[in-house]
Design a protein around this ligand. Sequence first.
Ligand code: UDP
Length: 194
Amino acid sequence: VDRLELEGVCVSDLTRDELFGRLRDALERRTQLCLGFCNANMLLKALCMPAYAAALRGLLLVSDGIGIDLCSGLFRGRFFRQNLNGTDLVPAFLSAETAPRTLYLLGAKPGIAAAAARNIALLTPQHRVVGVRHGYFSAEETGAVIAEINAASPDILLVALGNPAQEMFIAENAHRIDARLLMGIGALLDYTAG
Ligand code: UDP
């Protein structure tokens, strides 16, 4: 797959169908995949924050937004084939996924993830939300948060902590999280909660 590379951070030039294929593959084969929807703002943060760049290097990144597409035009001489943003893509993937999956929703303010879970149950009843937790916890609480996730053992962990926190959380902790698919989703829980 062709990609945009800046400071060792690679953003893959995937189509939506190719991305869905990768996600499904991870779920079916029970191998772990960490996904980030990378916009220009995230790339800029990575350029001035080496720890964030290192975190992003551990994720499969796809291109989100016109800013990163312009970067691609400038640095790579071609635009991305498709714009893949999490707000559209994650609900679309869950709808397209007919096999039942279990989900854990981590992030947003107290009460939001539970409200999002109720709407996910209405919109995609084939899936089951097996746990929720708000996203305002300290570094000391991270171990307990991960223990809760692992007790629920979801197929998919959606992480909505904003940037750079969500990608840092995923990159630093994926190895000790019992989930096949980990995705940073920004403000999607707020949108889904309605
Ligand atoms: N968020 C969180 N914990 C934090 C900071 C943010 O759970 O410590 C949540 C916030 O409630 C929202 C999501 O992360 O649901 C995205 O936050 P924001 O809009 O600030 O980030 P961005 O969309 O700019 O990445």
